[in-house]
Design a protein around this ligand. Structure first.
Ligand code: PEP
Length: 256
């Protein structure tokens, strides 16, 4: 049986000022108070971390960064380090999001370096992988995602791999309202788990959470989570409203 606790991670991207973030948190923490059987993470802009840390103190809602740099410190104007995220109260960090790969030009090599440094610093990396529509239509989605996963995890110990979360986010499904079918998402998520097994063994593969991301909302989360290899979701648009996100989280919890 799968014993992985579902994880619902909200990616706010470049949205919300501190006032709106605090208002969200006050409403959200009331709505999810006492909810068991699901882990919840919010990844706000860096500028909202301090306010949210205060609001979510003594709650199980975790905080994550949306990015970090691949060097630990130094003359890198405008970048944020893994240690800074930890210091700001983050437990995790999203790495290799397709918007960073496509818009900022992050390569597999950069994602690999960031993943390693996040782990060394004590952050849990959420490594994003996923194909464009052109790659999918060319029948190369599986190969592409396998290569991205292998590249991000290359050189890590089995113990390190166990602390990674992988998020499968088909680029054509992000922010488009077009979700992969549960069967398509399961096919690729199961391939990601098989890739992890070949790199780090079956024990690690059984522990690693594999998320799906791409237009996830309350209306489709339950179906996605019925698939054996989907352990939660990375949620963009539907994580911005407290009531909507809380409903999504409620639907994802393990029924005991
Ligand atoms: C994302 O950006 O990680 C994402 C999945 O966005 P959305 O849920 O809006 O498609």
């Amino acid at each position: 049986m799968n014993t992985r606790t579902p994880l619902i991670a909200g990616n706010w991207k470049m949205n919300k000022l501190t006032g709106a973030a605090s208002a969200f948190a006050r409403e959200f923490k009331t709505l999810v108070a006492g909810l068991m059987g699901v882990d919840v993470l919010i990844c706000p802009p860096f500028t909202c971390l301090a306010a949210l840390r205060e609001e979510f103190r003594d709650t199980p809602v975790g905080l994550g960064g949306q990015n970090m740099f691949y060097e630990p410190d130094g003359a890198y104007t405008g970048e944020v380090s893994a240690e800074m995220l930890l210091d700001a109260g983050c437990a995790a960090v999203i790495l290799g999001h397709s918007e960073r790969r496509e818009i900022i030009g992050e390569t597999d090599e950069i994602v690999r370096r960031k993943t390693r440094l996040a782990l060394q610093t004590g952050l849990r990396p959420i490594v994003c992988v996923g194909e464009t529509l052109a790659v999918r239509e060319a029948g190369r989605a599986a190969v592409h995602v396998r290569d991205q996963t292998e590249s991000a995890l290359a050189g890590l110990s089995g113990e390190e791999v166990r602390r990674v979360t992988v998020a499968y986010e088909p680029i054509w499904a992000i922010g488009t309202g077009r979700t992969a079918t549960a069967a398509d998402a399961q096919e690729i998520c199961s391939l990601i788990r098989a890739t992890i097994a070949s790199l780090a063994g079956g024990g690690a593969a059984a522990e690693v959470r594999v998320l799906y991301g791409g237009s996830v909302k309350a209306a489709n989360i339950a179906e996605l989570l019925q698939a054996g290899d989907i352990d939660g979701a990375l949620v963009g648009g539907a994580s911005l409203q407290a009531a909507e996100f809380a409903e999504l989280v409620r639907l994802a919890r393990v029924r005991t």
